[in-house]
Design a protein around this ligand. Structure first.
Ligand code: ZN
Length: 131
């Protein structure tokens, strides 16, 4: 599945949750509709830990996802070893959000940990088929 981009509303939601959760990490799986990332499947039990959000994604049931998203507590948005292992495991679009959790403070990586462009799209949810 070729991904055209992420819906602006979805990205804003990710940034808001990341900010709300900080300094704890937030993690979730990305799901697409018609080639656009519009859904974030939040990791259950995110309130319980501040360091292993990514590791917990491994324990998610086998859900179809185009990638993952998680936040870092600081400015560094480089993927850790654990991040890279997760990237190679599920999907090809992996967003890492860092402080200050604004529209500039996120980076998308492919499954190999290489930075990729992910366009932010203004999607009209109404009248868009079966959203
Ligand atoms: Zn990470």
């Amino acid at each position: 599945m070729k991904i055209k981009g992420i819906a602006r509303d979805t990205l804003n939601f990710i940034l808001e949750v990341s900010k709300f959760m900080a300094p704890q990490e937030f993690a979730g799986l990305l799901q697409e509709k018609n080639g656009i990332i519009t859904e974030v499947l939040l990791l259950p039990g995110t309130e319980s830990s501040n360091t292993n959000a990514v590791l917990k994604l491994y324990m998610m049931p086998n859900i179809k996802a185009v990638g993952s998203v998680h936040s870092h507590p600081g400015l560094n948005r480089s993927p850790s070893q654990a991040d890279r292992r997760l990237f190679s495991k599920t999907g090809n679009y992996h967003i890492i959000v860092g402080r200050p959790y604004d529209t500039q403070s996120w980076t998308c990586y492919d499954r190999g940990g290489k930075i990729i462009e992910l366009p932010v799209l203004d999607v009209k949810f109404e009248g868009y088929g079966d959203f």
